[in-house]
Design a protein around this ligand. Structure first.
Ligand code: NAD
Length: 364
């Protein structure tokens, strides 16, 4: 009798292992990228927990855990029985709140690592950013081997570096925490310029700027190539990373650029979105050096006047650099190690994005 039942119990054990390996938690799952991750993971048969400080959507297939990732007590229930954790939570870059970035992105991520280890999560996939190597100067086809920025462009990027980096003497940062001997594997995904339906940032801000009549000038010669990455490609990169992250795989403890692999002139991309939504594209060129020094002068004025009036300039030297420099990244490593290939081309991506924002379209 016992021998006849054996294949069934082996099958049961196999199915249990398979189910466990398809159980995941998306930290930051209520956000723009997070929601797209959740949808795709469900499509692929994963059982999905979402951990976030807010519930961004409703879905009966998803179990929500509302809490702060800086609290291990909050995190632990969401990680029970989970094989892979996708950590894509972060305060919004626009908040410019140094303490908050440090608390959530850096110390909070240490708490995520501790919590994962405590409950036996085997894999942690961190959403990092390609901006960790950007210092305001041209980067063309940059690889992951380029050093971290010595002068990161803002506090957000500074803490994205701290969160990801392998710093000797510190045992907790994500890539350094990769520990196959103890069955805990880590990998970081570095997307750049994520866009797509339901993004609360790029398209809505672009439209607001166009409506207010401030979208008239292009900084530089309009030729600087930049990566804009469709959200579904970013999701695809994360899921591939989670699936290919195995003991002895080359992914362990490494960072991977994930882009659309079709760099496009920064201003051409914005123009396509604007024209697609029936707004005027910027027409006039302003030399890069002029825009940079104007922004520098403005920041200096704000600094001098700081004790008297509080102003938060949006026209900063770093914003000028983001709009006027080349910064596009190689994703050859992701192609080689995990078979990454964008699933949506830039043309399709722009078309789908414009369609999804038809409510923001200017009436003719
Ligand atoms: P988002 O703001 O839409 O989502 C972030 C989510 O994190 C939100 O739902 C928020 O509530 C949650 N969160 C913030 N603090 C938290 C905390 N203390 N505890 C629990 N949850 C918390 O951001 P997004 O654009 O979806 O970005 C996702 C990730 O991708 C981030 O790590 C970001 O750094 C990275 N990234 C984004 C871009 C981009 O262009 N959007 C580019 C490169 C990298």
């Amino acid at each position: 009798m016992a021998t006849r039942l054996r294949p069934v119990s082996v099958l049961f054990k196999y199915l249990t292992v398979c189910n466990a390996s398809k159980k995941c938690t998306v930290i930051g799952g209520s956000g723009f990228l997070g929601q797209h991750m959740v949808e795709r993971l469900l499509d692929k048969g994963y059982s999905v927990n979402v951990f976030d400080i807010r519930q961004g959507f409703k879905n009966e297939q998803v179990q929500f855990f509302i809490g702060d990732l800086c609290s291990k007590k909050d995190l632990l229930p969401s990680l029970q029985g989970v094989n892979v954790v996708f950590h894509c939570a972060s305060p919004a870059p626009s908040s410019d709140n140094k303490e908050l970035f440090y608390k959530v992105n850096y110390t909070g991520t240490m708490t995520v690592i501790e919590a994962c280890k405590e409950v036996g999560v085997q894999k942690l996939v961190l959403t990092s950013s390609a901006s960790v190597i950007f210092e305001g100067r041209d980067i063309k086809h940059g690889t992951e081997d380029l050093p971290y920025a010595k002068k990161p462009i803002d506090y957000y990027t500074e803490t994205k570096i701290l969160q990801e980096k392998q710093r000797m003497g510190h045992v907790q940062e994500v890539l350094k925490a990769n520990d196959p001997a103890n069955n805990f594997l880590t990998v970081a995904i570095r997307p750049h310029g994520i866009f797509g339906p339901r993004d609360p940032q790029l398209v809505p801000i672009l439209v607001e700027t166009a409506k207010s009549g401030k979208m008239k000038f292009m900084i530089g010669d309009g030729k600087n190539l930049v990566d804009f990455t469709y959200v579904e490609n970013v999701v695809h990169g994360h899921i591939l990373a989670g699936e290919h992250l195995q003991k002895d795989s080359p992914l362990c403890g490494k960072a991977y650029h994930i882009t659309n692999d079709e760099p496009i002139p920064f201003w051409a991309f914005l123009t396509r979105i604007l024209i697609g939504l029936n707004y005027d594209a910027p027409k006039y060129l302003i030399p890069y050096w002029l825009a940079y020094y104007l922004a520098f002068f403005l920041s200096f004025l704000v600094f001098i006047l700081g004790p008297l009036i509080k102003i938060k300039p949006t026209f900063t030297p770093m914003r000028v650099a983001l709009a006027g420099t080349y910064h596009y990244y190689s994703c050859e490593r992701a192609k080689k190690d995990m078979g990454y290939k964008p699933v949506v081309s830039l043309d399709q991506a722009v078309e789908r994005t414009i369609k999804s924002y038809s409510h923001l379209r200017r009436a003719s």
